[in-house]
Design a protein around this ligand. Structure first.
Ligand code: ADP
Ligand code: MG
Length: 240
């Protein structure tokens, strides 16, 4: 028995809700959503943590601009606080290096991070999930038993197939789904709403494609002024 498995529940005990931002494919806005969701909740007065578990493409440190801040070792790792958010990322283990880890090594890196991180008492821990619906996602579901999923989708036939698989898997495993957000919407495609009808999951919102968002990456004040953030605030105040 891996002793790290025993400590996880204790590490997460002071957290009220764990929100996993997932969606299968890469490039659909999981990291931007996780980051802006964390910022929005924090600005509304909640105590928030953000955990980046995307081993192959960690991004939230770039979106929030966390340069120069590092966890501190103290009977575990204490996350640095950035813009009032307790922030921990797999990037603190990997740096800028590509991570040629496979199978069990990926599991091990994520397990290590979850087992060593000492969160304060939090209202929300937002988890930027690895893409895909394979081992890494299954691991998180096993380890973070209270995780509720926010499912990101885009109007792409290819991406939607993975979203459907993810929803099916979450249903089989009895994992709560907060709902689906359709991101990067251009035009009036009904692909996502039609395609997900059969699952009867709450459809939370459409976030339009925001031409200007790229200029705000790494700049939290501008990020919070974006249309993307305005939409996120609507979602949070309605559904969280
Ligand atoms: N609604 C949107 N409008 C415009 N660009 C977006 C939107 N959502 C995300 N992006 C951009 O798309 C890229 C991929 O988003 P990201 O959050 O990294 O996706 P993922 O984490 O799913 O791989 C980023 O450059 C991000 O800024
Ligand atoms: Mg990402």
């Amino acid at each position: 028995m891996d002793p790290r498995l025993n400590i996880i529940d204790k590490r997460l005990a002071g957290i009220k809700r764990i929100i996993a931002v997932s969606g299968g494919k890469g490039g659909i806005g999981k990291s931007l959503t996780a980051s802006v969701l964390a910022l929005t909740l924090s600005r509304l007065g909640f105590r928030v943590g953000l955990l980046d578990l995307d081993l192959s493409a960690p991004s939230t440190h770039v979106i929030l601009g966390t340069e120069g801040l590092y966890p501190e070792e103290e009977k575990g790792l204490v996350p640095p606080v950035i813009h009032s958010i307790e922030f921990m990322s797999i990037v603190y283990f990997t740096g800028d290096n590509p991570v040629p880890l496979r199978g069990i090594d990926v599991s091990n890196a994520m397990l290590e991070l979850i087992a060593v991180t000492r969160w304060g008492s939090l209202d929300f821990l937002i988890v930027d999930m690895p893409p895909g619906i394979g081992d890494a996602t299954m691991d998180v579901i096993r380890w973070m038993k209270r995780a509720e999923f926010l499912v990101m989708a885009t109007a792409s036939k290819v991406a939607l197939e993975t979203v459907k698989k993810l929803i099916k898997m979450l249903r089989v495993l009895n994992v709560p789904i907060i709902g689906v957000i359709e991101n990067m919407k251009r035009g009036d495609s009904r692909l996502v709403t039609e395609g997900l009808k059969e699952f009867d999951v709450p459809f939370l919102a459409v976030i339009p494609f925001d031409e200007k968002i790229e200029d705000s990456i790494g700049d939290v004040n501008n990020l919070l002024k974006s249309d993307f953030a305005a939409k996120m605030k609507e979602i949070v105040t309605t559904y969280f």
